[in-house]
Design a protein around this ligand. Structure first.
Ligand code: 3HC
Ligand code: NAI
Length: 708
């Protein structure tokens, strides 16, 4: 290195030009993730101008300052006036056309526009920690800066099709094997970039432009497979569009393919589905920020976790932690229950081996992190203890008292209760500041949502610890205040209530489910309850009634309660709202008979046909209304939190942005008007149709944010 020839960057811009001997350098410096914003694109253009103005430079290296290369276009700038895609593409075309070598020195996230930038360079060298991908479909769009054209030229159309339609990223080793990066090297990004540029100059090789490469075509079967997968997700039109773009890369010259991509991008970027998906990206990140809880709040180390109860939830929660590398002590009351729980966990892992998702060695490693015991003393050393015993207030109170006695000072105690009063359970431990709710969703090793229930006494550092821990085990945390059912199940209660009523009034379970599945719900309410367990749902209704939480309505969820009485617990007994052939739900005429008898008993008139439109309104509008009440009461901090709960925990369609985002699309006025309609035609003795205060006061759900 020739010190005398080194010119340091002025550090005034988001992209700083300097040079080191004969090699020019552009450092990209736009914290936190070097996202491509309007000023960054302008700064890049200015830095390239600077480079071109210095005579005698023989190569150019681009690298990112801070934790990463460029993590994509700044998603926040996609709305009006829009991301400057034309300027950015013109910049990429200019980079591509440079006569000297242009090297991208990569580290961290090389995603979306970040990968498009890297691919417009002639050579890519990456640190081992680099991840490369085009995740645009997950934002409702397709890559818009030549990515759909350059990626197939670098890795072949088949892999490009897979990467672009799945949004999946490659690690550095995979990227090198695929030809997406030319070398993997240890060292800081600037140094590995300089070394690569020197090596290229020494080799005498000519610059290699992705735009000039021929595409290795994909077999027709690969296109057919991608098209079949796209057809299964009608709410994601970006998938079919992405396939069209890759086909264009394969069939057309670069410039024409680029035009296909540009038209596709422009058509998608302002679609309501793309806006909804962007909303969810930021809502998920916002959800982890709690008003009044500074980012630097002290946290407690969590090195080991204890779980009480090895049933459906305890087992899934145990898997979530050992999958994240955290050792778990799992306890239960009897050896039989414990062995059943451990056996189910092993069975789940072995199923993953059979599907090629895990190796036998990984299974042993994970099972090795799991200790079963019948003795509460096994929890004495744990940093976090989660109880997941039956949903019974008395039992949980007893368990919490024992946990308070056995836990070491400073250990966090959490309850996985679905509905019970977390403050009461916290008091039972004798150390309420250390207690909160960690409400996982079934199956807990799969579902992304974690409702974190903040009790009246929960210490800030306990909350901060669990929010951080959630991220470490791949969960999306949303904080809820204490109320019956918290955010998700409280809203689900009114949804289930209406599903039940509609069936008593003459709808078939399959019609109820089909109406909301057509909107994109992963599963309608009847199938969902059959899967989760009609018994689990009915027991919560019974408990809720005991504490006087239910309206004085004898027909309230009468069908679910009757199915429970009859032992029709859903999938696990092969009969519930449906009958089952394996996992396949089949209509059951017996359920129609049960519904008829119940309707008669409760004096409910049956109709021969109920319109899908009515089913959708009666399921969703009360749910939205309840969400607004939850906001008004300060149970949820913001409307986006509620959207995240329903998308990450209940299969609400992501391309509709969540129930409160969707409420804006429908119009709050219209919802208020329809609630009034149902109050008029169905009566409002129990307050089912009483509008939330915010429905008329807010104007837009997006304006509502509770600051405390
Ligand atoms: N635009 C705007 N902000 C972004 C961003 C982006 N592309 N990527 C991350 N951020 C912000 C986050 O909102 C967050 O801000 P905050 O601290 O104020 O909440 C901050 O950067 C850090 O992000 P994370 O909390 O997610 O940090 P992680 O370390 O967990 O993850 C990451 C970093 C892997 C980069 C992750 O943020 C991510 O996956 N980002 C999205 C990257 C992406 O998909 N880019 C493609 C965009 S579309 C595109 O490029 C279109 C092009 O083809 C034209
Ligand atoms: P489950 O019946 O599958 O498991 C409960 C386990 O707790 C059983 O293995 C039982 O032997 C054990 N147990 C009972 N008393 C015990 C004690 N004193 N000490 C140690 N272990 C004891 O129940 P499930 O479904 O796992 O539910 C557990 C909790 O999770 C409940 O509070 C439930 O409301 C909640 N939950 C359930 C969800 C679901 O979909 N099943 C979803 C989210 C939360």
């Amino acid at each position: 290195m020739h010190q005398s020839h080194m010119q340091q960057p002025a550090q005034t811009s988001l992209a700083n030009f300097s040079h080191d001997g004969r090699i020019g350098l552009i450092e990209i410096d736009n914290p936190p993730v070097n996202a491509l914003s309007v000023p960054l694109v302008q700064a890049l253009i200015a830095a390239l101008n600077d480079f071109e103005a210095v005579a005698g430079l023989e190569a150019l290296v681009l690298y990112g300052a801070g934790r990463t290369w460029v993590a994509g276009a700044d998603i926040a700038t996609f709305d009006d006036p829009g991301f400057p895609v034309a300027e950015f593409k013109a910049f990429l075309t200019r980079l591509d056309a440079q006569q000297c070598h242009v090297v991208a020195a990569l580290h961290g996230a090389v995603l979306g526009g970040g990968l498009e930038l890297a691919m417009a360079c002639h050579h890519r060298v990456a640190q081992p920690n680099t991840r490369l991908g085009l995740p645009e479909v997950t934002f409702g769009i397709v890559p818009g800066a030549q990515g759909t054209q350059r990626l197939p030229r670098l890795v072949g159309a088949e892999l490009a099709l897979d990467m672009i339609t799945s949004g999946r990223a490659l690690d550095a080793t995979q990227a090198q094997a695929a030809g997406l990066v030319d070398a993997v090297a240890e060292g800081d990004a600037r140094s590995i970039g300089l070394a690569a540029a020197e090596a290229l100059l020494a080799s005498g090789a000519a610059p290699r432009r992705a735009s000039a490469l021929a595409v290795q075509p994909a077999p027709e079967t690969a296109f057919a497979k991608a098209e079949a997968a796209a057809a299964k997700k009608p709410g994601w039109p970006q998938l079919a569009t992405a396939i069209r773009c890759v086909r264009a890369a394969q069939d057309l010259p670069f410039a024409q393919g680029e035009q296909v991509e540009a038209d596709a991008f422009a058509a998608l970027v302002n679609a309501s589905s793309a806006k909804a998906l962007r909303h969810l990206f930021f809502a998920e990140r916002e959800a982890a920020k709690i008003p009044g809880l500074p980012r630097d709040t002290a946290r407690r180390p969590i090195r080991s976790v204890g779980i009480v109860g090895s049933g459906t939830m305890g087992g899934g929660i145990a898997m979530a932690f050992v999958n994240g590398g955290i050792p778990v002590s799992l306890i239960d009351v009897s050896n039989e229950a414990l062995q059943r729980g451990l056996g189910l966990i092993r069975g789940n892992y072995e199923a993953s081996v059979a599907k090629g998702r895990l190796t036998a060695e990984q299974v042993e490693q994970r099972m090795g992190l799991l200790q079963g015991s019948l003795d509460y003393q096994a929890l004495a050393d744990c940093d976090l203890i989660i109880e997941a015993v039956f949903e019974d207030l008395q039992l949980k109170t007893e368990v919490c008292t024992r946990l308070g006695a056995v836990a070491k000072p400073g250990a966090i105690i959490a309850t996985n209760t679905s509905t019970l009063d977390v403050d009461r359970l916290a008091q039972a431990t004798g150390c309420p500041a250390d207690v909160l709710g960690m409400h996982f969703f079934s199956p807990a090793n799969v579902m992304r949502l974690l409702e974190v229930v903040r009790g009246a006494a929960t210490a800030p550092e306990v909350l901060a610890t669990v929010l951080k821990l959630a991220g470490a085990i791949g969960k999306v945390p949303v904080v809820s205040g204490v109320c019956y059912g918290f955010i998700g199940n409280r809203m689900a209660e009114v949804y289930m209530r209406e599903a039940d009523s509609l069936i008593l009034e003459g709808a078939e379970p399959a019609q109820v489910d089909a109406a909301v599945e057509a909107l994109g719900m992963a599963m309608g309410p009847c199938r969902m309850l059959d899967m989760a367990g009609v018994d689990v749902g009915a027991r919560t209704v019974i408990e809720y009634r005991k504490i006087g939480g239910l309206p004085d309505d004898p027909s309230y969820r009468a069908l679910a309660l009757e199915l429970f009485e009859l032992g029709r617990f859903g999938q696990k007994t092969a009969a519930g709202f449906y009958r089952y052939d394996g996992r396949k739900a089949l209509p059951d005429p017996q359920v129609t008979e049960i519904a008829k008898a119940l309707a008669e008993r409760h004096g409910i008139a049956r109709r021969s046909h109920i319109e899908p439109g009515e089913i959708v309104e009666r399921l969703l509008y009360p749910l939205i209304n309840e969400g607004l009440k939850i906001l008004d009461e300060g149970i949820a901090y913001r409307s986006g939190d509620i959207d995240v709960v329903w998308v990450a925990g209940y299969g609400f369609p992501d391309f509709r942005g969540g129930p409160l985002w969707m409420a804006n699309e429908i119009g709050l006025e219209k919802i208020a008007e329809r609630l009034a309609h149902y109050a008029a035609v169905r009566g409002n003795d129990h307050g089912y149709w009483t509008p939330a205060r915010l429905l008329s006061a807010a104007g837009s759900t997006q304006n509502i944010q509770v600051q405390s």
